[in-house]
Design a protein around this ligand. Structure first.
Ligand SMILES: Cc1ncc(COP(=O)(O)O)c(C=O)c1O
Length: 450
């Protein structure tokens, strides 16, 4: 499919939402669950590459990859072809009760690209939350231990197990108690806002010492099955622990026989400039969760990858009718081909470095940007009212998101006052430059007004 004429640059002719979008949103409000957050009033109609066109003909450069899913962009011709070829052959054959080759082949590929040179097994579900759910169950099954460790600010999904491991907002928990018991939350190493009032380096890792104290006073370590972490916290605004942190955590896991679960649902598959973000710390997790980008947004899929020794649960202990659906697996395999052939992991690392430098320059000139952080094409810009007090500038951050939309770029909120920039890995240098130009204009415009 050739690039459509409209997908050559951002073009915003009406306010967002435009007249058609407003009518659809009004209908939506009557019939769709009000539990969705609905960050922006964009009603998408068509997508191509890094662009999405709404029902009123406005074209946006999507620097959020459709919520961190579209690593290969919208409507990648090779993914469309993979769906079509597979759909003509076989659309569904329950992997829980029968067999099909695309599922086996995808498992083999995932086993190969995940860290750790040992024999592995893969479980397939349909989403990030299902991957986390599976990791949780697998950890309990394997260790026969009842407790889990998670982190403040973690987001792992909204099913009961995943929700019980999450702590980004009380909204996710309100009226749903009792949650799955036995989960303890440790302070995530958010150095820019250290809970212990310390500054890295030279902080003696009090956040880590807190875990040791907790194990002495609150929870017997031998009852803990696993610790789960997003290598880089996503929903909380791309928070990156210091280099020493995960090696220390892995050592603690080994000391007490805990499994180390890396939730790479948002960070995995090249986005961070490594195939899996945990590789930045040189740590091999025991279980890895993937989802979002795995099938490039063409089909729902989620998976966990663990060593053969760890994934030793018995038949019937966990399964899902649609998990590892044949179309989703075929398209995920083609996605991995694109990732490898186009060297998108290296590309994410290189483009990310350039973007980080640019954003740091902007932060140096802007009184609203307190910190810029990132790895690969996973970039966070934190807005503050005052660089000394670091008081979070929520309204100003929201105003920048709104201004960006008016200029034709989609960026995504994170944490209390962070903007997440995470474009498709196939974005061209020129498109990304343009996106960053527009982002800078949005920041300067809000700064001028405040
Ligand atoms: C790190 C992480 N884990 C799990 C999930 C849940 O994924 P899903 O919405 O596919 O259930 C998300 C979703 O944003 C996520 O970012």
């Amino acid at each position: 499919m050739a690039r459509p004429r409209w997908a050559r640059g951002p073009h915003v002719a009406t306010p967002t939402p435009g007249p058609r979008a407003r009518r659809i949103i009004a209908r939506d409000k009557k019939v769709i669950s009000p539990s969705y957050t609905r960050a922006e009033p964009i009603v998408g109609e068509e997508g191509y590459g890094c662009y999405v066109r709404d029902v009123d003909g406005n074209v946006f450069l999507d620097l959020s990859s459709g919520m961190f899913v579209l690593n290969y962009g919208y409507s990648h011709p090779r993914l469309i072809r993979a769906v079509e070829l597979q759909a003509r052959k076989l659309t569904h054959f329950a992997g829980t009760d029968f067999y099909h080759e695309p599922q086996v082949e995808l498992a083999e590929r995932l086993a190969k690209i995940t860290p750790g040179n040992f024999s592995k097994r893969v479980y397939f579900g349909n989403s990030g939350a299902e991957a986390v759910e599976a990791a949780f169950k697998c950890a309990r099954w394997h260790t026969r231990r009842p407790r889990m460790i998670s982190y403040t600010g973690a987001f792992h999904g909204r099913t009961f197990g995943a929700m019980s491991l999450s702590s980004t907002s009380v909204v996710h928990h309100r009226y749903f108690a009792p949650l799955v018991p036995g989960v303890s939350f440790m302070p995530f190493p958010y150095c820019y806002h250290c809970l212990f009032g310390q500054e890295y380096p030279g902080c003696d890792f009090l956040c880590f010492e807190f875990i040791r104290e907790y194990l002495r006073k609150v929870v017997p370590p031998e009852e803990i099955a696993a610790v789960i972490t997003e290598p880089i916290q996503g929903s909380s605004g791309y928070i990156i622990p210091p280099p020493e942190y995960y090696p220390m955590l892995k050592e603690l896991c080994e000391e007490h026989g805990w499994l180390f679960i890396a939730d790479e649902v948002q960070t995995g598959l090249g986005r961070s400039g490594k195939m899996f973000a945990m590789e930045h710390w040189g740590v091999t997790p025991d279980i890895i969760c993937v989802a979002k980008a795995l099938a490039g947004g063409m089909a729902p899929i989620g998976a966990i990858i663990a060593s053969t020794k760890i994934m030793n649960w018995g038949p019937g202990s966990h399964a899902s009718t649609f998990g590892g659906n044949v179309i989703a697996c075929a398209v995920a395999l083609e996605g991995l081909n694109i990732l490898e052939k186009q060297k998108l992991v290296r590309r994410a690392a290189e483009l990310g470095k350039l973007a980080l430098k640019r954003l740091e320059e902007l932060a140096g000139e802007s009184r609203l940007i307190g910190e810029v952080r990132g790895k690969g094409l996973l970039l966070g810009v934190e807005f503050v009212k005052d660089k000394r007090t670091k008081k979070q500038a929520v309204k100003e951050r929201d105003a920048v998101v709104g201004e960006a939309l008016k200029l034709g770029i989609i960026v995504f909120r994170g944490g209390r006052s962070v903007i997440r920039i995470a474009p498709p890995l196939i974005i061209s240098e020129r498109e990304f430059e343009l996106g960053l130009d527009l982002f800078e204009r949005a920041v300067r415009e809000v700064e001028r007004r405040c």
